[in-house]
Structure formats: C-alpha cells, structure tokens
Write a protein that binds this ligand. Structure first.
Ligand code: IMP
Ligand code: MG
Length: 177
C-alpha cells in the first residue's frame, strides 16, 4: 500500500461531531466521579488527542499518566501480540483509574492492559474508555465501559489514529476505501 493522500480520505466523523461526543462523555464522567480524584491513563500514541480534549471537560482533581504499548503487525492489521514499550505507572492502589484508548479493535491491547493493572494494583474503581469501538473485529471478550462511537471494519485515520505514523494530527476521522 502506498502513501495515502489526504484527498483520498472520506470523512467518517467531523471535527464538530467528535468534539460534541467528547464533551458529552466529559459531562457523563463528571457525574460519575463527582469530586473524587481520578487517574487518567493515556495509551500513547493514538489516544493523545482524545485524552487532551476529554481532560479539558473534567472537573474533578485529575492526574494524567502516559504509557506506551505497541502491537506487532502491519500498518493495517493487528496481530494480537502486545508489547509494553513504557508501562511505568505510579501506585494505583485505592485510586479511581480510567484508561483512555483511541480504538478497541481485536481487543488484545485492552485485555493486556486490563490484566496488567489488575495484576499489579487494586484500584478503587477501574474503567476502560475508548473513543471508538470496532466491535465487529473483536477476538477476545472485552468491551469498553465508555465509548463515543461504534465503527465498522474500516481502516481509520485522524484524531490520533495513524497510517504508518501519519495523519494523527487531522482534527477529523477519515477512512480509505
Ligand atoms: P487491538 O489490540 O486489535 O484492539 O488494537 C488496538 C490498536 O490497533 C489501537 O490502539 C490502534 O493503535 C490500532 N488500530 C486498530 N484499528 C485501527 C484503525 O482503524 N486505524 C488505525 N489504528 C488502528
Ligand atoms: Mg492505540
């Protein structure tokens, strides 16, 4: 597959619809957590846009952590093998923990992370939040507690999602046919 041209992208979610959905999720989380301290854990690199935008709507005392996982595979297909590039985290025992992902596809990355946190900590609450949920591709039994949009089996780019490292900066989410 050659370089994708931005002019070849079809818009799936506009900047406006993403921002509206992120704000609505923020409102929901504010009700859910109230004034309780929250640890957001951003899974780099794909979740960075979502993490930053969502965090701006949150009103509780908040700490942001960043970890980096990578799944082996080609630019389009995930293999189910997950590697922790940097998973250094503070003590999460007794804390409200909310993982922030860009997309749950096969579910292997989410499962790896959920298992890692449950093995190492006993959080007060532990929830998984993903901007996108590609349910039709799931290989392991795991569902995000919160998500903004369910998506079909299309390869998506933009708003953090990349093709070969490119297009994370787009303010919208698009796909190639
Ligand atoms: P999973 O382990 O198969 O659930 O895959 C999760 C990771 O695969 C995500 O965090 C993304 O980095 C990547 N991914 C899955 N689907 C897409 C896509 O449509 N576009 C870009 N990256 C994707
Ligand atoms: Mg990711």
């Amino acid at each position: 597959m050659d370089m994708i041209k931005e002019s070849d992208l079809k818009v799936l979610f506009s900047e406006d619809s993403i921002q509206k959905a992120v704000r609505a999720l923020g409102d929901k989380l504010n009700i859910e957590y109230g004034d309780d301290e929250l640890y957001m854990i951003c899974v780099l690199k794909g979740s960075v846009m979502f993490m930053v935008d969502l965090s701006k709507h949150l009103k509780m005392p908040l700490k942001m952590e960043f970890i980096r996982l990578s799944s082996y595979g080609s630019a389009f297909v995930s293999t189910g093998k997950v590697r922790a590039v940097d998973i250094s985290l503070p003590d999460l025992n007794g804390k409200n923990v909310l993982v922030i992902e860009d997309i749950v596809d096969t579910g292997h990355t989410a499962k790896f992370l959920v298992d890692f946190i449950n093995l190492n900590f006993k959080p007060k609450t532990f929830k998984f939040c993903s901007l996108l949920d590609k349910k039709c591709k799931r290989e392991v039994e795991i569902d995000p507690d919160y998500f903004c949009f369910e998506v079909d089996d299309k390869f998506l780019v933009g708003y953090g999602l990349d093709y070969d490292g490119y297009y994370r900066n787009l303010p919208y989410i698009g796909y190639v046919e």
